[in-house]
Design a protein around this ligand. Structure first.
Ligand SMILES: Cc1cc2nc3c(=O)[nH]c(=O)nc-3n(C[C@H](O)[C@H](O)[C@H](O)COP(=O)(O)OP(=O)(O)OC[C@H]3O[C@@H](n4cnc5c(N)ncnc54)[C@H](O)[C@@H]3O)c2cc1C
Length: 411
């Protein structure tokens, strides 16, 4: 890092994350005459890329139809539709493959570099930025932004070498969920949707799931208020996690925040089984002569429910044999299996992936260029926008797409 940073730039990108790098590379590649600078306040760039996907970087998702792809975004799906028709997961894969990074698809659709190492992605982005002539300044925190009366922006930057003032014609915010940066954007005249966490796990203390950490059920349906999510569920030391919980928490991020993470969760442990169908299966188990002398706790009527969980869900029946269970007890068990109620008492963070719901209000951004509709020459890309996806590579895809569009427009 040099002490004498040039002060006048054509394009400054605030934030050296996935979106900032993608935008800077695209911009510098499409117009090599431009002087492009990335300002990153941390001591290294691409910090989240490096820790992402458990160190493997789930770079995108094998979903190549924009209409389907947008259904994975609790916020921003509608706006991303056109954007994905210009740059989508197939383009991400091609972009990396052109630069020598082979990408593989896992059974659930998540895509990773074949090296299973996020460093491959970070190194490629850093190398491509350097090749394209985009400059990177580390330890440079943007503390103030002013629109120049005539043209462009003046930035107040705190650096190791002291404070500097920089001038740029075009400015891109790719600052992720950083709150202070959102304040700078607000001061420039933009509406900001309050940032709240998304992709959460639920803290639930309940004797039905006590001591069952690690037990998983492949297909459950969860309900909370008017929201529904279906998929695998994992019982943890603190409560519940797994894809179904993460999905519900993403769609319900704002509701959960407003309720201070105290709500009622309804669990159908049998996926889409209805009460009547469940009662019928339970009735058949009771009437089946081979079961008559079996303890109810020892024989789960549904193979998809692990026996330890079954035992705890049926605990209220006690030590009875199947033959001795009353109709009322069977009904209560059917209710427990298809609509068990659990009190959510708090949230945990999903450590593999965590994103912010909220950010720059989308109606003030032109999604063809990612340019502000409020102030000229101001652009946005990545998580700083009020866009977030569920887990599976969708959040990086939004960063690549919006970064690429902003970079194209600025170049
Ligand atoms: C642990 C974890 C794992 C994840 N795994 C995945 C995954 O596998 N797949 C997936 O799709 N998504 C994943 N995500 C989400 C994904 O990382 C983000 O959606 C993505 O990084 C957003 O990119 P971005 O460039 O918009 O923001 P960021 O990556 O947050 O980058 C913003 C950058 O701006 C800098 N900055 C902010 N303000 C300033 C300022 N004022 N001055 C200078 N610099 C500033 C920050 O230091 C930061 O480096 C994961 C997230 C976490 C936390």
């Amino acid at each position: 890092m040099s002490n004498n940073l040039q002060t006048n730039w054509d394009v400054i990108v605030i934030g050296g994350g996935a979106a900032g790098f993608f935008a800077a590379i695209r911009c510098a590649e499409s117009n090599p005459n431009l002087r492009v600078l990335i300002l990153e306040k941390a001591s290294q760039t691409l910090g989240k890329v490096l820790i992402s996907g458990g160190g493997r970087c789930n770079v995108t998702h094998a979903c190549f139809e924009p209409a389907k792809l947008i259904t994975y975004y609790p916020r921003g799906g509608n706006e991303l539709r056109g954007a994905f028709s210009r740059f989508q997961p197939a383009d991400t894969v091609a972009w990396f493959e052109e630069r020598g990074v082979r990408i593989k698809t896992e059974a659930d659709g998540r895509m990773f570099p074949v090296t299973d190492d996020s460093k491959t992605i970070a190194d490629t982005l850093r190398f491509s930025a350097k090749q394209a002539g985009a400059r990177v300044e580390l330890g440079a925190s943007v503390l103030g932004v002013e629109k120049s009366p005539k043209d462009g922006y003046r930035l107040e930057v705190r650096r190791e070498a002291g404070a500097s003032r920089l001038q740029t014609k075009k400015l891109l915010f790719a600052t992720g969920g950083d709150r202070k940066s959102l304040d700078l954007i607000r001061k420039l005249g933009h509406i900001i949707a309050d940032p709240v966490p998304s992709l959460l796990t639920f803290n639930i203390k309940d004797k039905r799931i006590n001591d069952l950490a690690g037990v998983a059920v492949d297909d459950v349906t969860l309900k909370m208020d008017s929201l529904t999510a279906r998929g695998p569920l994992l019982i943890t030391h603190w409560g519940m996690s797994g894809p179904a919980v993460l999905r519900l928490s993403a769609w319900g991020a704002r509701i959960l925040f407003d309720k201070k993470y105290a709500s009622t969760l309804t669990v159908n442990w049998l996926g889409d089984y209805k009460l009547d169908a469940t009662l019928e299966v339970l009735g058949r188990n009771k009437d089946w002569h081979e079961n008559a002398r079996k303890k109810i706790a020892a024989h789960a009527a549904f193979s998809q429910i692990p026996i330890r969980l079954w035992k705890q869900l049926a605990h209220f029946i006690g030590d009875k044999n199947w033959a001795d269970v009353s109709k009322a007890e069977l009904r209560r068990l059917a209710e427990e299996l298809t609509a068990g109620e659990f009190k959510i008492q708090g949230k945990g963070q999903f450590k593999e992936e965590f994103v912010t719901c909220g950010g720059v209000s989308l109606k003030e951004v032109d999604f063809k260029t990612m340019q502000s509709r409020v102030v000229d020459g101001l652009f946005f890309a990545g998580e700083v926008l009020d866009i977030d996806g569920i887990t599976g590579g969708f959040n990086f895809q939004a960063a690549w797409t919006t970064g690429w569009l902003a970079g194209s427009a600025m170049g």
